[in-house]
Design a binder for this molecule. Structure first.
Ligand code: PAN
Ligand code: ZN
Length: 183
């Protein structure tokens, strides 16, 4: 058992809770506007992740629990966002549930068809098998959400690192708009 603060999703640190922090500097190449990225303080924290892994990574039949906090911000017109990934075992699904803040869950199938679901306090999202997923903060406050995924899902970042998603979430005319990449 561990303790979670339901007001923000944060997990009590402990031996089974892994923590990571991603700064702008660690997200080189993620955002479309490289010039805007270079002009920013690269020590700026974009997001933090906690993962409670009560059994070994890769174990079939188990579950992991996580918490992600994405800071508000933009690189050029593009909202602060996570790397995004497919699960290494492509047929493994996941739940996300928003605690606070406003954002978007960006989803992509294996043919690069990309769409989004709005994230707001209380929204619960099912990420189907075979679907790449990334989240972005479209609001002015931190976006907090929790997640639950199979312990044998694994993470495949490589495909998305190389090719990105089929669309980017940009701030256009005062609103969040999913803009399809030109081929
Ligand atoms: C989440 C994500 C978390 C950070 O726990 O791992 O939000 O996103 P990236 O892993 O893409 O950097 C999840 O989807 N786990 O499977
Ligand atoms: Zn995932």
């Amino acid at each position: 058992m561990i303790q979670m603060d339901w007001s923000n999703g944060l997990l009590q640190p402990g031996a089974e809770v892994l923590e990571s922090v991603k700064t702008l500097g660690q997200l080189d190449g993620l955002f479309a506007d490289a010039g805007a990225w270079r002009g920013m303080d690269l020590n700026t924290v974009v997001y933090r992740v906690q993962a409670w892994c009560p059994i070994a990574d890769g174990t079939e039949g188990g579950l992991f629990w996580g918490n992600t906090v994405i800071e508000p911000g933009q690189v050029g017109a593009e909202y602060f966002m996570t790397h995004g990934h497919f699960h290494r075992q492509r047929d493994r699904a996941e739940y996300y549930a928003t605690i606070s803040g406003e954002g978007a869950l960006i989803l992509m199938d294996e043919n690069r068809k990309t769409w989004m679901e709005a994230m707001r306090p209380g929204s619960v999202h099912f990420i189907p098998p075979h679907i790449g997923h990334r989240t972005a903060n479209t609001g002015k406050a931190p976006l907090h959400f929790v997640a639950c995924w199979p312990s044998d899902a694994g993470h495949d970042y490589e495909l998305i690192r190389q090719k990105g998603f089929g669309a980017r979430l940009l701030h256009v005319d005062g609103a969040a708009k999913l803009v399809t990449e030109r081929a």
